[in-house]
Design a binder for this molecule. Structure first.
Ligand code: FMN
Length: 164
């Protein structure tokens, strides 16, 4: 059975939800055995030896990855298929939604490609940009919501095929 680790860093929960959608698709449609790990101080040393594939996801806020997800990229992923996604609701995904492709490429370059390239050991088979949400203060209302489940379903199906 194919074993896949999904390790994610989140601040406001969107990356967690995206990871759950990806997990569900890979489990149900592609029969992967999934371990879902929310990166925190308690997950400093995740043992990667058991996994065939690793999916890394991070929240982008204040122009940066979560500290733990960034640190997680320092692992040795050799012999595994690696996949990386970001939840960049206000800049990268917003530009994509508006069809502002020049802006989209610029933000994707800054928040995804550049971070990936900084790590010589990180060679993702595929990457993705997802939306997320921003709440109005402490209320349940959103000032921005562009999280779309179908985006994660589509990418998970691509991962499923690439890992068959
Ligand atoms: C304080 C704050 C700063 C943010 N900064 C950025 C940013 O720099 N770029 C961006 O694309 N989105 C930004 N966002 C939107 C986030 O990408 C969005 O909240 C997303 O859901 C974050 O992922 P998470 O929910 O997993 O933490 C910001 C949101 C907040 C609340």
């Amino acid at each position: 059975m194919t074993k896949t680790l999904i390790a994610f860093g989140t601040r406001y929960g969107a990356t967690h939800k995206s990871s759950e959608v990806i997990a569900k698709v890979l489990k149900e449609k592609f029969n992967h055995e999934i371990e879902l790990v929310k990166l925190s101080s308690e997950t400093e040393n995740v043992d990667l030896s058991n996994f065939d594939n690793v999916i890394v996801g991070t929240s982008i806020a204040m122009f940066s990855w979560t500290k733990r997800a960034k640190k997680f990229l320092k692992n040795d992923f050799s012999g595994k298929k690696l996949f990386v996604f970001i939840s960049s609701a206000a800049l990268t995904y917003a530009a994509l939604e508006k069809g502002e492709m020049e802006k989209y490429e610029k933000h994707k370059g800054r928040f995804l490609d550049k971070v990936v390239k900084k790590n010589a050991n990180v060679k993702p088979t595929s990457t993705a940009v997802f939306g997320g949400w921003i709440k109005k203060g402490k209320t349940e209302e959103f000032s921005l919501f562009n999280w779309k489940e179908e985006d994660m379903v589509k990418w998970a199906e691509e991962i499923g095929k690439l890992t068959e």
